[in-house]
Design a protein around this ligand. Structure first.
Ligand SMILES: Cc1cc2nc3c(=O)[nH]c(=O)nc-3n(C[C@H](O)[C@H](O)[C@H](O)COP(=O)(O)OP(=O)(O)OC[C@H]3O[C@@H](n4cnc5c(N)ncnc54)[C@H](O)[C@@H]3O)c2cc1C
Length: 458
């Protein structure tokens, strides 16, 4: 039996899933390379903390053209270690544009179910936020929209209506991708080698084939390279690789308008164990209204107090921008949506002002204190630099390059009505399974498609 050497670049939400699954295959040896440090500690994963403050050790910050910090996780577990722990599936209709030969409803359901147990449990220990975790302002939020005719959605697939957040967390801690997939037993496999604190600089490409990766001057040969470095880094790695021809990539984001107010309830918001975001409204025109339980400063170290907030996020279609790398290797990020927020976001911001100034919020909101933040914020959900069906095939194979696949947020082909974490991990689990089978069951990589990037001269 010939051994297949696979290099997986990036041990984040997707890299952990892919490395675990491939290292179960008899003839495969996986080297998982991660730029940041190894395992997160218990303190990093507290359910009530969002470890992304100015001195946070496990993040990398990127500036956008409109001066925002775009944060990504760095270290084994990747962004799953530093994210909000919100683990909602998208709406079923979000996947309408996916290639149904690989992403039919039953298959998608099966892989979601392994992660979330069909709503509760699963590998990611998913659970619905309890009534006990709602601040009175979250209770008033849910009551307000229910009185206006919105359903309370209890199904595992979110729909338009009031959706209580499902979290990948137990009572105290978020369950990161590495805790779920890179257990001690998995780490003990001889077929898996984890190399932390090592940044891959480029993919070695020649004659239209990926031959390995270069890191710190060393070359590591591979039969297959799988980029799981995240939406920003996977594209940047390719752009930096000798022979790759494209330096501009599409980039999508869920922009968010924040509304702030002064609290009148006197009930502290940051009780131990309570998550920042317990409940959301999904609207019929693709907006997510986020009722934050408390001031961000109660959950993020080093940020100033600014009062409790409600967020109005444009989910579908989302904002469209670009990631560009110049000849000197400098990356510019434009997450789009800077000129004007969409009409839907503006309209909903005004409806949220009405809610906060209504009589049902009179005991919670100081009169005259509601303001709409002029800065158009981001959800840190960046996706779609190498989307399936354009730059990559239906299982992340890079079009026009043999032996190279991207399996991370880069390849999401459509905007999602919910945060991307659950869908992105589902996608990684499904692809990892498909490429773990015998050759005959794996998809052929089609020829180079329109706008798909690729190898010069291949
Ligand atoms: C602050 C924050 C909050 C979020 N909150 C939520 C939420 O509550 N709910 C939700 O649904 N989504 C949320 N998201 C988004 C979600 O976490 C991401 O979509 C998802 O984790 C992306 O997974 P990934 O595998 O694509 O990338 P990542 O998990 O980011 O993994 C990429 C990994 O690759 C490593 N890497 C990068 N470059 C290299 C290189 N050159 N060499 C070696 N390694 C490299 C990185 O260090 C990182 O560990 C949030 C994201 C952030 C950053």
């Amino acid at each position: 039996m010939t051994t297949r050497h696979v290099v997986v670049v990036g041990a984040g939400s997707c890299g952990c899933v892919v490395a675990e699954r491939l290292s179960r295959v008899d003839d495969v040896v996986v080297t998982l390379i991660e730029a940041g440090r190894d395992r997160p500690g218990d303190e990093d994963l507290r359910r009530d903390r969002l470890p992304v403050g100015p001195d946070a050790p496990r993040v990398r910050r990127h500036s956008t053209v409109d001066g925002l910090d775009l944060v990504r996780g760095r270290g084994v577990g990747g962004s799953s270690v530093v994210n909000g722990g919100y683990f909602l599936r998208g709406h079923r209709t979000d996947l309408d544009g996916w290639d149904r030969r690989w992403w039919d409803a039953d298959t998608v359901e099966r892989f979601h179910r392994t992660l979330d147990g069909g709503g509760t449990g699963g590998v990611m220990s998913v659970r619905r936020v309890d009534d006990a975790d709602l601040h009175p302002r979250a209770v008033a939020f849910e009551n307000h929209w229910e009185a206006l005719g919105y359903d309370v959605v209890d199904a595992v697939w979110p729909t338009v209506g009031i959706n209580r957040i499902r979290m990948n967390a137990d009572a105290a801690a978020r369950v990161s991708a590495d805790r779920a997939f890179l257990t001690d037993a998995v780490r003990a496999r001889s077929s898996l080698r984890i190399v932390a604190d090592t940044t891959v600089d480029e993919v070695v490409l020649s004659g239209g084939v990926a031959r390995g990766v270069r890191a710190g001057g060393d070359t590591l040969a591979a039969d297959e390279v799988i980029l799981c470095a995240g939406t920003l880094a996977s594209a940047a790695l390719l752009a930096r690789s000798d022979g790759w021809s494209t330096s501009t990539f599409p980039l999508s984001e869920h922009r968010e308008i924040l509304l702030r107010y002064r609290d009148r309830s006197g009930v502290p918001g940051g009780a131990a164990g309570v998550p920042l975001l317990p409940t959301v409204l999904h609207t019929e025109d693709g907006v997510e209204i986020r009722c934050y339980n408390s001031d961000f400063a109660d959950h993020i170290d080093g940020v100033p107090r600014s009062g409790p907030a409600v967020g109005v996020a444009g989910m579908v279609p989302g904002a469209s921008g670009h990631l560009t790398m110049d000849a000197g290797g400098t990356v510019t990020l434009d997450v789009g949506g800077t000129q004007v927020a969409t009409d839907a976001m503006r309209r909903w911001s005004h409806r949220v002002v009405d809610m906060l100034e209504s009589s049902d919020h009179a005991d919670l909101v100081e009169a005259g204190s509601v303001s709409i933040d002029p800065v158009l914020a981001t959800s840190h959900h960046a996706w779609g630099t190498l989307p399936m069906g354009a730059a990559t095939d239906a299982l992340g194979g890079v079009i026009g390059v043999e032996g190279l696949r991207v399996v991370d947020g880069s390849i999401l082909p459509t905007a999602l009505s919910s945060g991307p974490h659950a869908t992105t991990m589902m996608m990684a689990a499904r692809i990892a399974e498909a490429i773990s089978g015998p050759d005959s069951t794996r998809p052929a990589i089609p020829g180079r498609g329109p706008g798909g990037g690729g190898i010069v001269g291949s």
